[in-house]
Design a protein around this ligand. Structure first.
Ligand SMILES: Nc1ncnc2c1ncn2[C@@H]1O[C@H](COP(=O)(O)OP(=O)(O)OP(=O)(O)O)[C@@H](O)[C@H]1O
Ligand SMILES: [Mg+2]
Length: 467
């Protein structure tokens, strides 16, 4: 007994919290290359938290990310400085859990669940269990009702359902963060969880102070991990944001999860996988990255009937505005729809720069009435007709009367543009969005002879309506 107590006292100065230590297993550091630490002499499983203690008393928290033979590979959670060969590697019994509850709303935390906002320790009645409960996919409530996000173009033309997972695809600087901030403020969801992962550090404060503001923060939790954090921290932040959203969903609340960005999450995973020796495949991304994306995205969605929901938006950075980027491709396949922001529109000063033609909500046909769907199709047809003939129209080569639909498109185009635009301080809820859309298209639909109206009259839904 006394030897155990001796060991306890000898280790005590090196440990962050002595009560969390399993004293019998300890290894030592033999290699440190790039981001990876290699240790021998301990047998721990992947995912286990350890603390690496240098001789001068520095402590670095690290996670086991792989092994080969007797070697264990670890990734530090924070930046590493001053570790030497032979530093002790001590497994922790469990990682510290964060407190959570309704009091957590309005707080900004990092990937470890520690507060970043200087408002003191987190309050809340419960400790957040690191592992989400499994939901049987057959028990998940189908997406059946729309969620009002407070953005006219999205509400009316790319309607998002409660529990739907959407992608927000755009190049850099096209307005992803601003659009997400607007949704946070104006949505009718009960709680908003924002994950800011791998973005510029300056942007985190800007997003919280200017884009969200006190109004947006009231029912939001922000999990932030800027670009200069260790990759493991960025990964943890993405996972924690999902976990926090799951917690509120399990309380029966409707949660809106906004993750900026999925690409940075994939890049953090790429850094880790390459560092531990996984071979790169597409564009330098190892195969495990493409497995991690669905794993993260699948955590959002509806719970069982009568329980809460997580509606999620994941921003996807399309580098060089390339929609064929492997991450964009893989995200598009797993998500239930995407909103594309267009650089051309942003350059023309149209904000939010939503490219309506390229955006789609796969759940929309199941959650809106037929009339709404027809209006959306009319809008898209007219916009697309204008864009097809845009060059001719611009140089004056289109002669009026050649095509009735094009004539209407030219007449309506300024209004179609104005419909998409929305001021930063303006919220447009679902009923108003629909009234605006009806008002915009009503004269078109009432002109029975127009090709557009003829097309509508042919739709099966319309036939049913008239019988
Ligand atoms: N709705 C809007 N109204 C007016 N200006 C806007 C709007 N949305 C975006 N902008 C302008 O576009 C700029 C970039 O927007 P934002 O920071 O949201 O882009 P981003 O896509 O998140 O960029 P990054 O990829 O760098 O994170 C803003 O600083 C602002 O000037
Ligand atoms: Mg941004």
């Amino acid at each position: 007994m006394s030897s155990r107590r001796d060991l306890w006292y000898r280790l005590r100065p090196y440990l962050p919290n002595p009560s969390e230590v399993v004293p019998e297993a300890e290894g030592k550091l033999v290699r440190s290359v790039g981001l990876t630490l290699e240790a021998v002499g301990l047998s721990v499983s992947v995912g286990r938290q350890c603390v690496v203690c240098s001789r001068d008393g520095r402590k670095v928290e690290a996670e086991v990310v792989g092994f080969a033979g007797a070697s264990i590979f670890l990734m530090p959670v924070k930046r590493v400085e001053g570790l030497e060969p032979g530093a002790r590697v001590i497994p922790l019994a469990h990682s510290s859990a964060m407190r959570i509850g309704l009091q957590t709303l309005g707080r900004v935390i990092n990937g470890l669940g520690q507060p970043l906002d200087g408002l003191g320790p987190l309050q809340g009645g419960e400790f957040l269990d690191a592992h989400p409960r499994d939901i049987n996919p057959l028990k998940r409530h189908p997406i059946s009702e729309p969620l009002d996000v407070g953005i006219r173009a999205i509400n009316a033309l790319v309607t998002v359902g409660r529990g739907q997972r959407m992608g927000l695809f755009a190049g850099s600087g096209v307005g992803k963060s601003v659009l997400m901030g607007m949704m946070t403020k104006y949505t009718t969801a009960d709680v908003v969880v924002v994950g800011l992962v791998g973005e510029r550090g300056r942007e985190v404060k800007e997003f919280i102070d200017h884009i969200l503001g006190p109004e947006g923060m009231q029912r939001a939790v922000v999990v932030a991990s800027p670009a200069d954090d260790a990759p493991l921290m960025r990964l943890r932040a993405s996972q924690l944001a999902s976990r926090v959203a799951e917690y509120y969903r399990d309380q029966g609340l409707n949660v809106l999860l906004l993750m900026d960005s999925l690409t940075r999450f994939a890049q953090a995973q790429r850094e880790i996988s390459l560092a531990i020796g996984e071979p790169p495949a597409t564009k330098g991304y190892p195969p495990s990255v493409f497995a991690k994306i669905p794993e993260l995205v699948e955590r959002a969605g509806n719970a069982a009937e009568g329980e809460g929901s997580i509606t999620a938006f994941y921003t996807v950075l399309t580098e060089g505005d390339d929609l064929q980027d492997p991450i964009a491709d893989s995200a598009r396949a797993i998500l239930d729809g995407h909103i594309v922001l267009s650089r051309t529109l942003a350059e023309e000063g149209v904000y939010p720069a939503i490219d309506i033609e390229a955006s789609i909500s796969r759940a929309m046909p199941n959650i809106v009435p037929t009339e709404h769907l027809q209006l959306m199709q009319s809008f898209k047809q007219m916009l697309s007709r204008y864009n097809q003939n845009r060059d001719l129209i611009t140089i004056g080569a289109y002669s009026a009367g050649s095509d009735p639909l094009t004539d209407q498109a030219i007449e309506k185009f300024p209004k179609l543009r104005a419909f998409i635009q929305q001021g930063l301080q303006e919220s447009v809820h679902m009923p108003e969005s629909m009234n605006n859309l009806r008002a915009l298209l009503a004269p078109v639909q009432s002109k029975g002879g127009s090709p557009l109206a003829a097309a509508h009259n042919k739709t099966p839904a319309n036939k049913n309506a008239s019988t």
